[in-house]
Design a protein around this ligand. Structure first.
Ligand SMILES: [Zn+2]
Length: 468
């Protein structure tokens, strides 16, 4: 039995998750993510390190673009095996890939026009990395699986998916190799979620694993003591309502938008806020919410109880799903206080920009941030306290109230990662720390080694480990 593990992405960096597991002649790829760090994006354009046609199957942990975003390119360049993931992940991934392809087509067209105008050539080709047609070509390969039901991938090789509690459908994947009377287990953590979060079950815990490949996004940090989200949200809504303004919430389409709806539903049930209209103004978030609606089998106890009581956070009175651009524009003419949840989460694009134009100049309105804002984004400028911002080519003074609510992170922090991995009854043969900035991964490695005394390593990009 020979097992080799190659770290082809998400190794000493965060995005572009891609891990190649070779068991004798069987090649399995775990995740096929897009690189999003500016200085690593060039890797998206590089040929795959091995021919995609030589990969037998792809195992997908979840629908975030840094885990699934390069699938259309993998398929276009010859991959023809099955893509195993949970049903919810396959449904959400399809929505996300079409959106990603659309953005790339737009981006390429924009760059082409700009370069023509400036009479120069860019660093990357002016063609989309992949098109919507490429994305659709990958869809027939999806093979939905259920949690805890092993699938056979080759001679003595099985994969089992477990709830990771990160986003709907997210998985940790355990691969069991049993050959010649010997057996090894290899666990890919995917992105580890958090305990006691709304809607989702807690991350699955394991007692016996030989090799653990774990993420470390927040491996060098602890989240601040979670504020009472309902308390903060109620205060913001009540005071904005009194002032007569709107509440604009830039949000990611997957998980965050649904969590906001969950909290709004709670506040309405408890009668802590007035019955304002709530608009989910993002076609992608609306489609993803639809997936949530028909996957109540994945909800935790509290959420299941709400559904049984006919108090779904996706159907409360006053909630409207906005589809067309015209409907979206019409929101500007509604009198009285409304909440508008729109993408993108960091205000880098999408419909939220239009709502910002209308509301950021109004002292009675509130812009409410519920997620991380990366350096260089419009969201970051606003949360850093800019007095004026440029939106859609025009300068606007920031007069609205700028509010933030923390505590929404979908990633386990250092202590939660330790809590998760400490469930193992005995030392694994090796723990590999991946999916974190080099610094975060190294620091989490040191921390874990100190706490457990286990064999821990932080693999570099394109290195190989022998799992014996
Ligand atoms: Zn994720």
């Amino acid at each position: 039995m020979q097992i080799k593990l190659n770290f082809l992405g998400g190794a000493s960096n965060v995005t572009g998750a891609r891990y190649l597991l070779e068991v004798n002649d069987t090649r399995l790829l775990v995740d096929c993510g897009l690189y999003q760090e500016r200085d690593l994006k060039y890797r998206n354009w590089e040929p795959f390190i091995i021919p995609p046609s030589s990969i037998d199957a792809l195992l997908l942990t979840h629908a975030h673009v840094d885990h699934c975003g390069l699938i259309p390119k993998l398929v276009r360049e010859g991959f023809g095996g099955k893509i195993y993931c949970t049903t919810a992940t396959s449904e959400i991934t399809k929505i996300i890939l079409l959106d990603a392809a659309h953005l790339q087509e737009e981006d390429a067209a924009l760059k082409k026009r700009r370069h023509e105008r400036e009479n120069r050539k860019g660093r990357f080709p002016e063609v989309p990395l992949y098109t919507q047609e490429d994305a659709r070509a990958a869809f027939p390969l999806f093979e939905p699986v259920n949690y805890k039901e092993p699938v056979t991938l080759g001679d003595g090789i099985r994969a089992t998916f477990y709830d990771a509690g990160h986003v709907l459908g997210s998985s940790m994947i355990k691969i069991t190799v049993s050959q010649q009377g010997e057996s090894r287990t290899i666990l890919f953590s995917g992105d580890v979620g958090r305990w006691d979060k709304p809607i989702l079950e807690d991350p699955t815990e394991f007692t016996e694993i030989d090799y653990v490949i774990t993420e470390s996004t927040y491996g060098d940090r602890t989240h601040q003591e979670s504020p009472d989200i309902n308390e903060s949200l109620a205060e913001i809504i009540n005071s904005t309502w009194k002032a007569g303004g709107n509440i604009i919430v830039p949000s990611f389409a997957l998980q965050r938008a649904q969590e906001i709806l969950y909290h709004m539903n709670q506040l309405l049930i408890e009668d802590r806020i007035p019955h304002i209209m709530v608009f989910l103004d993002s076609p992608m978030a609306v489609r993803i919410t639809e997936v949530f609606r028909h996957h109540s089998d994945l909800f935790d106890k509290e959420m299941s109880r709400l559904m049984r009581q006919d108090r779904s956070p996706f159907d409360f009175s006053g909630l409207k799903m906005v589809q067309t651009v015209d409907e979206s524009k019409a929101l500007n003419h509604i009198r009285g206080t409304t909440m508008i949840i729109a993408g993108s989460g960091m205000c880098t694009g999408g419909r939220v920009k239009h709502h910002l134009v209308t509301n950021i100049i109004r002292p009675e309105s509130t812009v409410l941030f519920v997620g991380y804002q990366a350096i260089g984004t419009l969201g970051r400028l606003i949360t850093d306290g800019a007095k004026k911002v440029r939106i859609l080519g025009q300068q606007y003074p920031v007069r609205a109230r700028i509010a933030r609510i923390g505590g929404f992170s979908a990633h386990a922090d250092r202590n939660e990662l330790l809590r998760w991995i400490s469930n193992l009854d005995s030392a694994p043969r090796q723990v590999f720390i991946v999916h974190g900035e080099a610094r975060a991964a190294k620091k989490f490695g040191q921390f874990l080694r100190k706490k457990t005394g286990w064999e821990v390593s932080v693999p570099e990009y394109r290195t190989e480990a022998i799992l014996d």
